[in-house]
Design a protein. Structure first.
Length: 94
């Protein structure tokens, strides 16, 4: 299962790859694969937030939205478990 998100600046496409717990980063200027970024959860749903950060949510039961810094690989503490989480980010990236 895959989900897609484009960063706020429009330069990077994030592609969730649940089968390897990672995001593929694609440079949109050159349409080239940059690297995989391992995520702390299955990136079943992906939303671009502030520059270099995405929110990922697992699928189904026992899911929780997690703010993930793509450059450092760090994740913010997550919320309690949420069944069938759905995520969205406001226009200002918050």
């Amino acid at each position: 299962m895959r989900d897609l998100a484009i960063d706020r600046a429009g330069g990077t496409l994030y592609i969730g790859h649940a089968e390897v717990d990672s995001l593929a980063l694609v440079d949109l200027a050159s349409f080239s694969f940059v690297r995989f970024a391992h995520t702390p959860r299955l990136p079943f749903e992906v939303e671009a937030a502030q520059p270099g950060r995405v929110v990922v949510a697992d699928r189904g039961y026992d899911s929780a939205p997690t703010l993930f810094d793509v450059a450092s690989g760090n994740a913010a503490p997550t919320t309690r478990l949420v069944d069938f989480a759905a995520i969205a980010v406001a226009d200002d990236g918050q």
